[in-house]
Design a protein around this ligand. Structure first.
Ligand code: PMP
Length: 391
């Protein structure tokens, strides 16, 4: 049999993606400063799709801390944490993260994707069950898949459905996993109800608060802090450092026992190079700013209200979100892409989110707000959305 070559097969798949309006490619910006981005053809756009919710990504302070640490210690750690890559900067950041989130201990991971794969795989395996919200981030679903545990998905934000699934489930250990703030919708998981159901069934609850940390709760300690849930309610907390903190990386926080167990068996922590100490130094600086500078959250809160009020006046199809993630539902992938391009021509950078990232027929413009924005940026975006959305 004459088997097709690799490029031949891939070209066919790519052509199918193009035909379905689902082909993707990186969208380059030459640089970003505060709310502004510079396009390759030299135009300045206002960026409304970054996860830089507090405006820290281009603040000079974390960058200066990073530069100084890099001059002192170089650009890399040289090895995994268990070999020779572990530094005082990592430990200091882990202590800060544990204190911020009110947990006994924390463990740094290179990325949120790796944290989620590594944690789920370390906690459960064959004979166990992972129960996940249908709209969980891809990394949480992938973590369940590689763990070998049985994966069950409950209806979005539906604690009753979770209850029913747990009632029937016969797994040895059961891990309930949810996003805190849903990354593509901006709504929040019903954490108190999920925690009650998990406790009633003796299941363990894991929350990925990538988009709540820095934004919600006192001192930006996240959705769990806002809901008043401690380590006993949510034994496994995952956070990322590349969103509101404007840096890079991720962490898991919980009991000392949890962290020690992850050190023994989280493969995405063990078998990978430790992040650069300079990255940890930058994150510590950003964390101090996120924790202490309430004005960033206050300003962001005002912008969110301004956007939602203005969008309601224009009858824009918003989703029920109180967070800086304010998607505008479009529907078909091609229409979302066309709207995104029309916005870009007017000076607004908003990415179209299409299947398979979101369910078919729910393509959207994922508008995100940032403390780096001013009122006039939001007003300008609203005007442009009014002009560019299909009616
Ligand atoms: N969890 C959630 C909820 C996310 O939205 C993301 C990033 N988009 C991740 C995890 C992955 O984090 P990272 O970008 O650090 O890999």
């Amino acid at each position: 049999m004459n088997r097709p070559g690799l490029d031949q097969v891939l070209s066919q798949r790519l052509a199918e993606r193009h035909a379905a309006g689902l082909h993707r490619s990186p969208r380059r910006l030459q640089g970003v400063e505060g709310p502004y981005g510079l396009t390759p053809d030299g135009r300045t756009v206002v960026v409304f799709c970054a996860n830089d919710y507090l405006g820290l990504a281009s603040d000079p302070r974390p960058g200066q801390a990073m530069a100084q640490a890099a001059v002192d210690q170089g650009a890399g750690s040289g090895a995994a944490h268990l070999v020779s890559g572990h530094r005082p900067e990592h430990e200091a950041l882990e202590r800060d993260l544990a204190a911020w989130t009110g947990r006994e201990a924390a463990l740094l991971f290179s990325t949120g994707y790796m944290a989620n794969l590594g944690v789920i795989d370390a906690l459960v395996g064959r004979g166990d069950t992972v129960l996940e919200d249908r709209l969980n981030h891809a990394s949480l679903l992938d973590g369940a898949r590689i763990s070998g545990a049985r994966l069950r998905r409950y209806h979005h934000a539906d604690a009753e459905h979770l209850d029913a699934l747990l009632q029937k489930d016969t797994g040895r250990h059961r891990l309930v996993v949810t996003d805190g703030v849903f990354s593509m919708d901006g709504d929040c998981a019903p954490l108190p109800a999920l925690a009650r159901v998990a406790r009633r069934h003796g299941a363990w609850l894991m929350v990925d608060d990538a988009h709540g940390l820095g934004v919600l709760g006192r001192s930006g300690a996240g959705l769990l802090a806002e809901a008043g849930l401690g380590q006993a309610d949510v034994p496994v907390l995952v956070g990322t450092l590349g969103k509101a903190l404007g840096s890079f990386g991720a962490f898991v926080a919980g009991s000392r026992v949890l962290i020690d167990a992850l050190v023994q068996s989280a493969r995405t922590w063990i078998y990978t190079t430790a992040p650069a100490p300079a990255q940890a130094a930058a994150t510590r600086e950003a964390l101090a700013m996120a924790r202490d500078q309430d004005w960033r959250r206050d300003h962001l809160g005002r912008l969110i209200r301004r956007f939602r009020d203005g969008a309601a006046d224009l009858n824009l199809p918003l989703m029920p979100s109180k967070t800086p993630i304010q998607p505008v539902l479009v529907g078909e992938a091609g229409q979302a892409l066309a709207a995104s391009r029309a916005l870009e021509a007017r000076g607004y950078w908003v990415t179209a989110i299409r299947p398979p990232t979101v369910p078919p027929g729910t393509a959207r413009l994922r508008v995100t707000l940032s403390a780096a924005h001013a009122d006039h940026h939001v007003d300008g975006l609203l005007g442009a959305l009014g002009d560019c959305l299909p009616r």
